[in-house]
Design a binder for this molecule. Structure first.
Ligand code: HMG
Ligand code: MG
Length: 297
């Protein structure tokens, strides 16, 4: 099994979508450019969602056109519908991410649609993307618990992941939106999905609300996942998931992976410095333990 793990850095999107403070467009651009310089292969840049729903990312087009795109690095953006796709294409986006959930209640709050309605909404987006040669990633949220519904049946997670993959998503990211998962459950969930979608097409996306994210990632690495979503400085959270907090910090994931002898291609010191810079911008300490430790070592 490969020892290389691809980190999908979601800080500029998941990290900033839930911030109370307004982050300047120029700072968002600087953040993405600094992340590019760390050696990351995938950086989720922003969201072309409704600005009424997520005003923090209303400047998506300006951000995307302002960044220096490095050849070989992917800069996916979130797209909820055809309107978002057309806005994204207008500025030359080459990879998008569509998103649904395993819980009806959460999906309704997040994108004002049932699961089946959301999948139907993605069909024309997928068709346009195929035509345009745009890569599509898919997200399934609430894979280990829902803030409104509580328990989420595994069969529902498997179904939505299978449908997104069958629709043409090259990768499906499994999101523990509110971070309630624990390692045994995370492993069982991934194993159940991997029975229907190839493991090479799966990623894991853990929020660290309950402090379980690194342990959950390790449990998933042990059964073969090699793509991990994380957020520099541990920023993040979905505004439509009550109680959700930051993603697992990218610095902590990279520190763990390198310590295990795995490769990421990422310069940890640069990443940690970027995390501390971002935290300064947001007026707080970095949410990354490795980022703090590196500052004093
Ligand atoms: P709606 O209100 O049902 O949409 O929202 P609508 O089609 O009725 O449109 C309402 C208005 O929005 C219209 O404008 C549309 O033109 C406009 P008006 O006529 O009132 O002036 N509109 C748009 N404008 C710009 N871009 C668009 C767009 N679409 C409609 N793309 C909608 C439905 C899906 C649009 C809305 O619910 C939405 O944008 N939701 C996004 C919520 C969100 O971004 N959540 C966070 C991301 S998901 C997440 O964080 C989880 C993840 O990290 C994984 C995990 O952790 O689990 C991925
Ligand atoms: Mg998330």
């Amino acid at each position: 099994m490969s020892d290389h793990v691809r980190i999908v850095e979601v800080g500029p999107r998941d990290g900033l979508q839930n911030e109370k403070a307004q982050v300047a467009t120029a700072d968002k651009i600087a953040l993405i450019d600094r992340l590019t310089a760390t050696g990351l292969q995938s950086i989720e840049a922003t969201s072309f969602v409704s600005p009424k729903w997520v005003p923090q990312l209303a400047d998506a087009a300006e951000v995307f056109t302002g960044i220096q795109r490095k050849p070989g690095v992917h800069y996916p953006v979130l797209v909820p519908n055809e309107k978002g796709y057309l806005r994204a294409r207008e500025v030359g986006v080459e990879e998008i991410a569509v998103f649904s959930a395993a819980s009806e209640a959460f999906n309704r709050k997040n994108i004002n649609a049932s699961i089946d309605e959301s999948l139907a909404r993605f069909a024309p987006v997928m068709a346009m993307a195929r035509e345009d040669g745009v890569r599509v990633r898919g997200y399934v949220s609430t894979v280990l618990g829902c803030p409104y519904q509580g328990e989420v049946p595994l069969a529902d997670v498997v179904r939505v992941a299978r449908e997104l993959h069958a629709m043409g998503c090259y990768e499906v990211s499994l999101g523990d939106t509110i971070g309630t998962g624990t390692p045994g459950k995370a492993r069982a969930m991934l194993a159940a999905v991997a029975a229907e979608v190839p493991m090479q097409s799966l990623a894991v996306h853990f929020h660290d609300t309950w402090g379980q994210a690194l342990a959950n990632i390790l449990a998933c690495l042990e059964i073969g996942v090699r793509v991990v979503d994380s957020s520099v400085a541990g920023a993040g959270g979905c505004p439509y998931a009550r109680g959700a907090s930051g993603n697992v910090a990218s610095e902590d994931v990279v520190y763990m992976l390198h310590g295990m002898g795995m490769t990421t291609g990422i310069d940890l010191a640069e990443l940690a410095a970027t995390g501390r810079w971002l935290a300064g911008l947001l007026g707080r300490e970095t949410g990354s333990r490795a980022g703090k430790a590196l500052a004093v070592s």
